[in-house]
Ligand binder design. Sequence first.
Ligand code: GTP
Ligand code: GTP
Ligand code: MG
Ligand code: MG
Lengths: 291, 267
Amino acid sequence: GLSQRLQEILGKLRGRGRLSQADVQAAMREIKLALLEADVNYKVVKDFVAGLQEKCLGAEILTSLTPGQQVIKIVRDELTALLGGAASALAEADRGGAVYMLVGLQGAGKTTTAVKLAKRLQAKGKKPLVVSLDTHRPAAREQLAIVAEAAGIACHRPQGEEPLALARQAVDFFAQSDYDVLFLDTAGRMHLDDALMEELEAVKALVKPTEILLVLDAMTGQDAVNVAEGFSRRGLADSIVLTKLDSDTRGGAALSVRAVTGKPIKFVGVGEKSAQLEVFHPERMASQILG
Amino acid sequence: ATVFGGGAEAARELELMEEYLLLADVGPVATAKILAAAAENRRTVGLLPAVRNELLRLLSFNVRDDKKVKIFAGVNGTGKTTTVGKLAHFFRQQGKNVFVIGADTFRAAADQQLEEWCRRTNTPVFAGKPGSDPASVVFDGLHSNLARTADYVLCDTAGRLHVNKNLMQELAKLVRVAGKACPDQIDVFLTLDAGTGQNALAQVDMFSQWVQPTGLVLTKLDGTAKGGIAVALAQKFSIPIRYVGLGEGPDDLVPFSPEAYVDALLP
Ligand SMILES: Nc1nc2c(ncn2[C@@H]2O[C@H](COP(=O)(O)OP(=O)(O)OP(=O)(O)O)[C@@H](O)[C@H]2O)c(=O)[nH]1
Ligand SMILES: Nc1nc2c(ncn2[C@@H]2O[C@H](COP(=O)(O)OP(=O)(O)OP(=O)(O)O)[C@@H](O)[C@H]2O)c(=O)[nH]1
Ligand SMILES: [Mg+2]
Ligand SMILES: [Mg+2]
């Protein structure tokens, strides 16, 4: 991995004083390659490495570390700082029940994640309700109902074929009920699709969500910034959930998305079961990205 | 000046091309190899045509057979079920007899999703009961009369991560059972989301260790992702890309065309 490569090029002498200009340049090349292989967006890599270069040039190598170890420590600290720094709890509602919307590309894991989040809140004493607004994907509403039931989560199924009408029924039902958290699952869509993005904006205007979670597949490549920006600039992404992190993907999309939108990554999906949701840990993500 | 390979302008042109390919998910390793190969021809035809030629060379696959039974496998959410639905429609439009086997007995409402697709495209389908053994579903499906008389049998399977040993063993068994039922008639197609990054290399590598993929399907190429990972895959493996998914409707599947793909990929 990167650690080993840096050890090889920067040598094994401990406590060697400062890193030389040549050392830093060689190290930056390796880091750039590692981050690109990890799917961090090319432009984010350039900015990140430029900032890193400054830090490394000024750095004093601790007597207990080799130059390679020192550089890795700086990189890991920088990555962790960039990835983290935000609360990972869901936003609380000002008054009344909280309404959360799950949005994102096709197949990212929204439906599965809706139930996972509901289950998490249920364990904390909340009374969650899930409703699907997906009238597009065949058997989407059935899927949510089945997954919710298996997890012991209440699922309401309003009648109709228009997402906006379903959304209205969902919030009306929710307001009258004694559920205190509502999760709205939406159909997958491309940020490129203006009509579908406007549909989402209309749902948002109607339900006034406490928070909108953008669900993103952790194996997404360079396009992650386009997706995140596409949703975020329309006010359709307050926070991020990264899914399928139980794979061996390096997950560089995490850095890209955070760097470009500044939105916090709050949760990660680590499996298909409803219990397989974890709070996002920036240091763990940093290690995963560095491989 | 750039045609003759030297100078700052040529270097800048190369740098821009490298950035372009990297942003398309071609990845650092494949990008370096392509630019090295293009460097040879660059002086005579220019950088962009040289890169175009190299990509076309890489992506011109030799597709030997078109097998009757096509099993669709791949990571979760990459578009297997939808691709089965679309391909059934594609073949039906050509007047072919198609039979679909739903061997995803795990995911909630997978059977209903597939049945709805087959209803819309007027395709006979045998969807295995949730919880039943996928290999048994394939066995039963392939031994049915509908399968015997079909020109094509398309088989959907559950999404699985390439790093999950149990699920990979399950897939290997399913493919083996299919191979016993229909010797020498099996295609194994891996679906890959066009937005996937370098992990696609690990996916194809690991799936290849358990089954023998004979084709790739690149889905969701209707987004902003350029699907450059297909280039990295062509560089490393010789598995032909057979179809491309361009949307969520029944007509949104086309046979892979190297020219169309490269034209869309390059500036
Ligand atoms: N291994 C793994 N699989 C996951 C995870 N999250 C979701 N999945 C799987 O990914 C696939 C897609 O999940 P869905 O919840 O249907 O995704 P979606 O975003 O609702 O899809 P659309 O509604 O079609 O846009 C399913 O097979 C899920 O079981 C995860 O964290 N790990
Ligand atoms: N835009 C677009 N969406 C697609 C394409 N192919 C599939 N999808 C969508 O992607 C989502 C996932 O597709 P599925 O067919 O359920 O994927 P899958 O691989 O069967 O998923 P699992 O069975 O859960 O592993 C659905 O919302 C599909 O409509 C495509 O080519 N373009
Ligand atoms: Mg869904
Ligand atoms: Mg499926």
